[in-house]
Design a protein around this ligand. Sequence first.
Ligand code: FES
Ligand SMILES: [Fe+2]
Length: 416
Amino acid sequence: MLSAADNELLTQVNPGTAMHALMRSYWIPVLRSERLEAGGAPVKVRLIGEDFVAYRSPDGTVGLVDERCPHRCASMSIARNEEGGLRCIYHGWKYDQDGSLIEAPTEQVAHRKALMKRVKLGAYSAHEAGGMIWVYLGPKDSAPPFPAFEFTGLAPDQIDIKIAILPFNWLQNLESVLDSAHLGYLHRSSVELAMTDNAKQNAQNWEVDSAPKLEFEDTPFGVREAAIRNRADGSSDVRLREVVAPFYAFLPGTEGNERSIVIAVPIDDNNSLQIHVTYNPFRAFKSGEVEKIWFYTHEDKNDISDPAPGPLGWPQDREAMKNGHFSGITNRHVFYEDFAVLQSMGPVVDRRFEHLSSSDMTLVRFRKGMLQALKDIDDGRNPWGRPENPADYAEIRTRVIDVPAGESWRAIAQPA
Ligand code: FES
Ligand SMILES: [Fe+2]
């Protein structure tokens, strides 16, 4: 459980909240690169309760500006995307990528200079890497180093990005991936549809031991979870997972195969993005391979959510449940089972009503870290996940290690 006050601190992200200020201190991934066409339509982006538009200039550079034109508040999502900036279609005022007003044709010539000095469109830092557009919403000169994760250095054919736009809070979204205990229950039937090595391995693990012992270690980026399964001979199978503040969860996989990261980005208090990064650091994906990993998934990669018809998610097939299907959410990728359960909790879970168990310790650890980060930013300190020394993000990955009897995983796991 969590106090009402702490729950509010962690979940509320709209302007004026502490989390809003904290989120403005990180780089945030927002769109798949392909969404932005050079010289094409700007795309609306809502983040931490504020509205922006992202666009790609005819020369290919990416910009992010406030949605509202500072003249009379027309949406810049319908602006002309011209060489050198966006031109509002209402009165033709034009703004460059820094948000400076560079043309104001409806103002009398004598007053134009003064107007152009006075009026500015909010503009923010944007960066393109790993098949995504990332933005930084804090002051331009205080941007932290870009988190150059392993996948951001790979070729496009080694990366698959899928985004789901979901009707619930970002923390609820992230906590579903910090909770591995549900794998053997919620996904028990759907995981059988997954034919990849990673999926099979996960299923086997949960059959062997559905309640591994969890231990933790702080890293410069967040926290590392070790899920320990002891064998009869005293050795153990240890799966290390990385959680990177403020919203990244690296999913445990198997050595030598594709890797994946889930990113839970706050849109506003009641909505969030779930970004799935699937990448293979060793080679390009073969034809059909991504489809095999992502079976029964909605084809629109910019929003795979495929909204469920009711407040409680998709209708369950009760007949299939009687015949052994665990969740009744049939013929869908495992993530739709998560979406359904998360949606069933309501837009923001009231965590006063929870009764957590030992399998929930990862999310408890994460909440603690984020509450501390809120204090840090308030006190002017570098928050969690923003190391003083830009440490090596490319080295962050989950691992499976075999720990001989009598030894500790901490000694074997190399530090991130
Ligand atoms: S509202 Fe944009 S130029 Fe007038
Ligand atoms: Fe899940």
